[in-house]
Design a protein around this ligand. Structure first.
Ligand code: 1GP
Length: 248
């Protein structure tokens, strides 16, 4: 079985770009989880990300297990904190918040997570996480106690992306936070895609398939949606996203 990272690479080269659906397990019962994963299974999405900035109860592990048991696609942890690590994932985005200057999220959490990742035999995908200012204050900004990058300064974004690449990261994750009023702009994505050799994943505030297609045309290799999947009947919209992203 090839690594999840090589599976993502192959999706990118075969389909042009990949579509990932973020499931935030916070406050979701079994019925809701089942409906969400079924929608993803039917949609043509390529993988599920599981994670959340703040989990308001103790059910994260059980819900992750449920998601993994139902999913037809790889389930990748997108951790809000080290406490979300567990055995029910195919890989983990092993992230460092390279847009910020808070050592806890640059290396501190990673140092605590590393022995657990090894013990779980979980595939780590080294990921440079870049938080942008999408208007308002995101939960990630508050939780990470780090300042987001300005959206209108692509050269600052490129310098961070290149630094991530030269530090050995395999992926750049750009976002303005879940539910951002402005998703990452096309100029920033294009600048990073042109200047960096590692794939760019973009999420946060992408609520329309045509916007997702624009992000791919700008250079995104992967698009992530979370909030749109939460609508009552998400299966149609997720299929529309899959088609838009794979056909862009
Ligand atoms: C957050 O990209 C994800 O990291 C999802 O964002 O909920 O806005 O789709 P949305």
């Amino acid at each position: 079985m090839s690594s999840i990272y090589s599976q993502l690479e192959s999706i990118r080269s075969k389909k042009g770009a990949g579509f990932l659906v973020l499931i935030d397990p916070d406050k979701k019962n079994d019925v809701r989880i089942e409906a969400l994963v079924e929608s993803v299974n039917r949609s043509g999405a390529d993988a599920i990300l599981v994670g959340g900035s703040l989990i308001m109860d103790s059910g994260f592990g059980e819900r992750a297990k449920k998601i993994k048991s139902l999913s037809n696609v790889p389930v990748i942890l997108f951790p809000g904190s080290v406490s979300q690590l567990g055995p029910h994932f195919d890989a983990v985005l092993f992230m460092s918040i390279i847009s910020g200057r808070n050592p806890t999220y640059l290396i501190g959490e990673q140092m605590i997570a590393a022995p657990i990742v090894k013990d779980l035999n979980l595939e780590p995908i080294p990921t440079g996480y870049m938080l942008f200012n999408g208007g308002g204050h995101s939960t990630v900004e508050f939780m990470s106690n780090s300042r987001p990058l300005p959206m209108n300064r692509p050269e600052i974004a490129v310098a961070h992306g290149l630094a991530g690449q030269y530090l050995g990261m395999k992926l750049l994750y750009l976002e303005a936070g879940s539910g951002a009023s402005s998703p990452i702009n096309n100029e920033t994505i294009e600048a990073l895609a042109v200047n960096c050799d590692i794939p760019v994943m973009v999420g946060g505030g992408i609520n329309d398939p045509s916007v997702a297609a624009q992000k791919v045309k700008a250079g995104a290799s992967f698009v992530v949606t979370g909030t749109v999947a939460e609508s009552d009947d998400s299966s149609n919209i997720l299929s529309d996203f899959a088609q838009a992203i794979h056909g862009a």
